[in-house]
Design a protein around this ligand. Structure first.
Ligand SMILES: [Zn+2]
Ligand SMILES: [Zn+2]
Ligand SMILES: [Zn+2]
Length: 292
């Protein structure tokens, strides 16, 4: 069984937007209050967080999250990574680093954005992360995962110990074959020109911040109970699906239910937006829980 809780369903500025007086931003309906996009996934005895944006702290508190086995990052934009300093609370509770799964390009951004967390002589109290490098190949998150640290291999250089036990060079070449059954299937997509990841866990697919899904990825999304797709507005957008594109994609993938996320105030208030959409394709809201 896989359970996904939407912790945030808003676009990069969230809804309401600071200073905006539009009917959506002024709505009293709690479903019109959208924090930055993130989801908590419970699967296989694991508690996983997809993305840790600037609302991470509020999301952990409002859902009483006391433990995370891993954080999976879709891409490096701040509305998906801006809360990573606050994992310090989990460092103190669990007395260990937080396991983060991301692509090499995301790690490069984190090194720039959070240079102090990677410093050789860290200031006491800086966040502790174990970064596991992933790409579009299926991988395994383990509750006892301690991998992801750089290991020196004699005569060969530094490699990352991957969650499946293989060793991977920082350029993504694999040194040893994987040997454990994967439990997360990454979905490769594009956010304008930027390669990013979605994730399939059990029969739930989570896609955010994409404007293009390559043909070869569709087979990974067959037989889904629930699919999450991003859209920010009615008009075509360079880095996100428009509403029409998201609906067409949802119909092609054919999940039993499709939930729209990363929503902006250009859509109507939640209740009205629900009525505009077909029953099998509906806007998600903060706090919605789905199960496969
Ligand atoms: Zn975003
Ligand atoms: Zn507004
Ligand atoms: Zn983005």
């Amino acid at each position: 069984m896989t359970r996904l809780t939407f912790l945030g369903t808003g676009t990069s500025q969230g809804v309401p937007i600071i200073g905006c007086q539009c009917p959506v931003c002024r709505s009293a309906d709690p479903k019109d209050k959208r924090l930055r996009a993130a989801a908590l996934v419970e699967h296989d005895g694991l508690t996983l967080l997809i993305d840790a944006g600037p609302d991470f702290r509020a999301q952990m508190l409002s859902h009483d999250v006391r433990h995370l086995d891993a954080i999976l990052l879709t891409h490096a934009h701040k509305d998906h990574t801006g809360g990573l300093d606050d994992v310090r609370s989990f460092n103190y509770i669990d007395r260990k680093a937080v396991e983060i799964y991301c692509e090499a390009a995301v790690l490069r951004s984190l090194r720039n954005d959070y240079a102090y967390a990677f410093a050789e002589h860290k200031y006491p109290g800086a966040p502790e992360w174990h970064v596991h490098l992933i790409d579009q190949r299926p991988f395994r998150v383990d509750s006892s995962a301690q991998s992801g640290e750089l290991e020196w291999v004699h005569d060969k250089g530094y490699f990352y110990r991957m969650p499946d036990g293989s060793l991977q060079a920082p350029d993504n070449s694999i040194l040893e074959a994987p040997h454990e059954a994967p439990n997360v299937i990454p979905i490769r997509g594009f956010h304008d020109q930027l390669p990013i990841l979605g994730f399939r866990i059990g029969n739930i697919g989570y896609i955010t911040d994409m404007s293009r899904l390559p043909e070869e990825e569709f087979s990974k999304l067959e037989g889904l109970e629930h699919l999450t797709l991003n859209t920010v507005g009615y008009k075509p957008h360079h880095s996100h699906f428009s509403l029409d594109e998201a609906i067409a994609l949802a119909r092609r993938i054919g999940a039993r239910h499709t939930w729209l996320t990363h929503l902006s105030h250009t859509f109507p208030v939640h209740a009205q937006f629900c009525e505009e959409l077909p029953p099998e394709i509906q806007p998600a809201w903060d706090g919605l829980v789905i199960e496969d």
